[in-house]
Design a binder for this molecule. Structure first.
Ligand code: NAD
Length: 260
């Protein structure tokens, strides 16, 4: 149980981040949300979490491409919940293009949101974790933190960077009751990812089933989506009892992708 713990989960208005926030709340933690979306989507995420944890679900609209906003979000989380016991750096974006044509502003945005925001948030929360003598830092990287695919230069670079940052922080905190780990999901069923199936099937003139298993999930030997709950389960484990020796790991939740 995570009763009495507080968690800040970035990019938690949808997808994997929301699943992690809900799983933490179910374990009894207090959770602060962050991320973009329509006012309705944000209100829905907040009320879903609030219905589990009770009271209001604190929320930050911080744009994580801005280091000052990341620091402000961490200060707001500490003010709203007393401290941040668990930090989950999950927010991320993607852009696909051959490297020669990759737009420079997309490169900068992906590096800022997917990688640098993790550094700024860790730097902001770590002093209090050290003072209180407990902490969990979880960075949601990707199978693309371990292996590459073409046309994803910024994303693959940022996610490899996240794995490197994870290892470095882990050994800096290794003698304390704080851990820092990365979760490396494969293809996860989210609305954005699922929306790629139908156009792919059309483009290649195959059924949606074939488009999913042979094209989209070409590299995922399980030939099925990873579910957001399966990623959230790993995050809950990393915060639970007997998890303290798992430190600096890049934990694959990818249906065998990086094993093959
Ligand atoms: P998603 O698009 O559903 O969620 C991304 C979240 O990040 C949203 O809440 C969004 O509002 C937020 N966000 C985006 N830009 C932001 C910014 N500048 N400031 C603050 N918040 C911002 O995506 P998801 O699939 O749930 O992805 C979550 C994480 O998991 C990402 O880091 C992604 O790279 C990683 N991941 C996803 C998959 C997958 O197949 N879906 C696989 C591996 C890794």
């Amino acid at each position: 149980s995570l009763k009495g713990r507080t968690a800040l989960v970035t990019g938690s208005t949808s997808g994997i981040g929301l699943a992690i926030a809900l799983a933490f709340a179910r374990e009894g933690a207090r959770v602060m949300l962050n991320g973009f979306g329509t006012p309705e989507a944000i209100a829905a995420a907040r009320s879903e979490v609030a219905s589990i944890q009770g009271g209001e679900a604190p929320y930050s609209d911080a744009d994580l491409s801005n280091p000052a906003a990341v620091r402000q979000m961490c200060a707001d989380a500490a003010a709203a919940m007393g401290q941040v016991d668990i930090l989950v750096n999950n927010a991320g974006i993607q852009f696909v293009s051959p490297v020669e044509e990759f737009p420079e502003e997309k490169w900068d945005a992906i590096l800022a949101i997917n990688l640098s925001s993790n550094f700024h948030a860790i730097k902001a929360v770590l002093p209090t974790m050290r003072e209180r003598g407990w902490g969990r830092i979880i960075n949601v990287a990707s199978a693309h933190g371990l292996v590459a695919s073409p046309f994803k230069s910024a994303y693959v670079t940022a996610k490899h960077g996240v794995v490197g940052l994870t290892k470095t922080v882990a050994i800096e905190v290794a003698r304390t009751p704080i851990t820092c780990n990365a979760i490396c999901p494969g293809f996860v069923r989210t609305p954005l990812a699922e929306a790629q199936v139908a156009p792919l099937a059309q483009k290649h003139g195959v059924s949606e089933e074939v488009a999913l298993t042979d094209l989209l999930l070409e590299k995922q030997p399980s030939k099925r989506w990873v579910e957001v709950e399966e990623v959230a389960g790993m995050a809950v484990y990393l915060c639970g009892p007997n998890s303290g020796a798992v430190n600096g790991a890049a934990l694959s939740v990818d249906g065998g992708w990086t094993a093959s």
